[in-house]
Design a protein around this ligand. Structure first.
Ligand code: BG6
Length: 494
């Protein structure tokens, strides 16, 4: 059983809390993973009170879960919720919070402070917490969860880290990247290190290139205030996509503990060849969605979204080519891409193998044999698939591609969503799936030169119609003509 704790959410009426945190806590409650006395204190600016907030939260869960919402669990969950009205810029509010946490008889002394806030708020809130004794572990543990992006750029991340450490010890800080909580992302690790078969092939001798794609049909929703200042590179690549890259590329850790795992991920990030400013255009591409159609409905352009600056050149699509300069991966390109308002919502890792060295079938009807692929579907489909060539029946020598499917999606049983798994880890004090600062720092080093160049090139950005796979011009990142984006896990849609 978990330790009892008081779970404090800053920014509880915001997008993340509504879409991920409240549903995750509700699901954990339903699965019987929360102690009876666990309280969820929701900090918000609006002039609401606890009964009002409980009704709001019920509506949020109802809208998200529909018929799957269990009224008995909902009632229990509602009872855990407390609304704490506060302006996070007002230090007095933190004094009050401290009193409420200390004096409310049924609040457990252990506390999680989850900063589901704009990145610029992390520093002041962490400072106020510390200044008001809320980081002190006198009667129970205190943990601070920081969302991504951790800082605005390399320099800002350093300042933020330094400032957090003034009030909190490293073991109290949980830098979250929810992609590490996704089952198939964790499966990359198991797939690689629990199977011997692939290891001999998992290197520059056999792998032609690796692609990591995250696409969404959604636009920026109501997040312009954050997104227009961030962009796709900061929002997705610096964190989620680089984390997936580390899992594909890392060496096996000496033992399976948080530090050994993170040591190996850091080695990968450190080995990524720095992109000099002069190579930014050859290795990075950005674009923004224009008007288009999503699910046969008109979708506005990014510039028409509410809250976006008039001539914003913020990218909603970003693609990178990276090289990892170590023995295993030297010269193998890793292509990363992400975009909002794309043709489909999916995340996948696609690994393309090289062609066999001998053109044995040149004189037959097989003009060109497609290469082998290994496909790791992260979402919506969770799967592991290998594409192989087999002989087509009949006269003559013809081949076709077949897929060996080791999908995990057909498994039954309760599956933890990424946030559910990670919230449990915070309460259990397990740092394995959270980022150590050096990981964050090295990830910033990778993207920082690109951000710098893009920040001064504000006159032009490529556009793509909403509902497409992004602009053709982005294909210039590929090393060769036979390399192209793999949009699907299905063979026929390539
Ligand atoms: C978040 C980004 O970290 O991840 C969002 O800020 C993005 O812009 C989201 O939509 C994607 O996460 P998931 O789990 O829905 O793939």
């Amino acid at each position: 059983m978990l330790d009892p704790c008081t779970f404090v959410i800053f920014g509880s009426t915001g997008h993340l809390a509504r879409t991920k945190l409240l549903p995750a806590l509700y699901h954990l409650d339903r699965a019987g993973r929360l102690t009876d006395d666990m309280a969820v204190v929701c900090v918000g600016r609006r002039a609401w009170d606890t009964p009002y907030w409980r009704d709001e939260a019920s509506k949020i869960l109802q809208a998200k879960l529909g018929e799957a919402l269990d009224s008995e669990v909902l009632n229990r969950f509602r009872g855990r919720l407390q609304y704490f009205r506060a302006d996070i810029h007002d230090e007095e509010a933190f004094k009050r919070l401290q009193e409420v946490l200390e004096t409310t008889p049924n609040f457990p002394a252990n506390a999680v402070f989850y900063l589901s806030l704009a990145p610029t708020e992390y520093r002041p809130v962490a400072r106020h917490l510390a200044d008001n004794g809320l980081s002190e572990e006198t009667s129970g543990w205190r943990r601070l969860v920081i969302e991504k992006p951790f800082g605005y750029d390399l320099e800002d991340a350093q300042v933020l880290n330094h400032s957090l450490h003034r009030g909190f010890a490293e073991q109290q800080i949980f830098r979250i990247d929810h992609y590490l909580g996704k089952e198939t992302v964790q499966n990359v690790f198991v797939f690689r290190f629990a199977n011997l078969m692939l290891e001999p092939l998992w290197n520059r001798n056999y792998i032609d290139h690796v692609q990591i794609t995250h696409s969404e049909t959604a636009g920026i929703e109501d997040r312009a205030a954050y997104y227009d200042g961030a962009g796709a590179l900061r929002d997705m690549i610096q964190s989620h996509l680089l984390q997936m890259l580390t899992l594909v590329a890392m060496e096996p850790p000496a033992i399976l503990d948080a530090e050994s795992l993170r040591d190996e991920k850091v080695k990968v990030l450190k080995s990524i060849r720095p992109i000099p400013k002069s190579a930014v255009h050859a290795q990075a591409f950005r674009a923004q969605y224009g008007r288009g159609r999503i699910d046969s409905r008109e979708a506005p352009s990014y510039l028409e979204e509410e809250g976006v600056a008039e001539r914003s050149t913020t990218e909603t699509y970003a693609a990178l080519k990276l090289y990892i300069d170590n023995w295993r991966w030297r010269h193998v390109p890793f292509y990363l891409r992400t975009g909002k308002r794309m043709a489909r919502s999916s995340s996948q890792i696609s690994i393309r193998f090289k062609h066999p060295p001998q053109q044995l079938f040149r004189e037959t009807q097989i003009a060109e044999i497609p290469p082998n692929w290994l496909l790791l579907g992260i979402q919506p489909e969770q799967c592991l698939r290998a594409e192989l060539q087999v002989r087509e029946g009949g006269i003559g020598m013809r081949t076709r591609t077949t897929q060996l499917d080791a999908s995990t999606c057909t498994q039954t049983g309760y599956r933890l969503d990424a946030y559910e798994a990670l919230l449990l880890d915070v309460i259990e004090g397990d740092h394995s799936l959270f980022l150590r600062y050096d990981e964050v720092n090295w990830a910033w080093q990778v993207v920082d030169p690109i951000l710098k160049v893009w920040s001064i090139e504000r006159d032009f950005i490529h556009t793509y119609p909403a509902g497409s796979w992004g602009p053709k011009e982005g294909d210039r990142l590929f090393e060769r003509e036979d390399q192209k984006w793999r949009d699907s896990l299905m063979e026929e849609n390539r």
